[in-house]
Design a protein around this ligand. Structure first.
Ligand code: IPE
Ligand code: IPE
Ligand code: MG
Length: 232
């Protein structure tokens, strides 16, 4: 795959979709699809490091995903917690900063503690920032930002005020959003932040996603002409 190393997207955000279908197709329970999805997360993180992508955000659990069975929801939480626990040392070695967006309050304490510990231990790193979107919804993010601004007593809101009060305040807007599995929708992901993101919808189910798929996606990104409303 021909990649131009000098114009990699700074921030790739991924809507990891298709875990359930991947499992069902194999006659497996859905949670094994999520388990296989964790391997795809690891491959993607390593590929980002290798190809000098500075920010990678994974949509792991949406504000709407609470509609699923408790068994499936708990399985996802356990996987996220175990992934962080098992990989924290490696992430520190590699200079990865762990971050999250979304409201953690409703999550099990062991997951919140693991995540907060990982954030604290990696806060000074900047080789790659890995953000997990957990109990995240784009609308919820905006509502919380507006409420913070109201509490500050603000009379008139600017676009910069909004950006500064979203969960992603410390992240650049995503340049490139990939949603796997062939679905072509945003499903309440980073609505405000995606205003000028390039979008890409490969058919691959998330558990099959690998470095080759990522490079193919980046090659497609590099062919896009980002005009931001202007004329070149
Ligand atoms: C994405 O895979 C993972 C989460 C939403 C947590 P899905 O579980 O949505 O997989 P499909 O869409 O049912 O195949
Ligand atoms: C979006 O996938 C959320 C995550 C990837 C975490 P869903 O599978 O939940 O989205 P819909 O229901 O197909 O829109
Ligand atoms: Mg899905």
């Amino acid at each position: 795959m021909k990649i131009n190393k000098s114009c990699m997207p700074t921030h790739i955000a991924i809507i990891m979709d298709g875990n359930g279908r991947w499992a069902t197709r194999r006659g497996l329970p859905r949670k094994l699809g999520h388990k296989a999805g964790v391997d795809a997360v690891k491959r993607t993180i390593n590929a980002c490091l290798k190809h000098n992508i500075k920010y990678c955000t994974f949509f792991a659990f949406s504000t709407e995903n609470w509609k699923r069975s408790k068994e499936e929801v708990d399985a996802i939480f356990d996987l996220v917690r175990d992934h962080i626990k098992e990989n924290i040392e490696k992430m520190i070695e590699k200079g990865i900063k762990i971050n999250s967006i979304g409201v953690l309050e409703r999550f099990p304490k062991d997951l919140v503690d693991t995540l907060n510990d990982a954030k604290e231990k990696t806060k000074d790193f900047d080789k790659l920032t890995v953000t997990f979107a957990l109990n995240y919804g784009g609308r919820d993010d905006l509502v919380r930002a507006f409420n913070k601004l109201i509490k500050q007593g603000i009379q008139e809101i600017t676009t910069q005020d909004i950006s500064n009060n979203l969960d992603s305040a410390n992240l650049p807007d995503p340049d490139f959003v990939i949603r796997t599995s062939g679905e072509q929708r945003i499903s309440n992901f980073m609505l405000y932040q995606m205003a000028y993101s390039e979008l890409y919808f490969p058919k691959t189910y998330w558990p099959d996603f690998n470095e080759k798929h990522l490079l193919k996606a980046v090659a497609a990104y590099q062919k896009r002409d980002r005009r931001y409303g202007g004329i070149k």
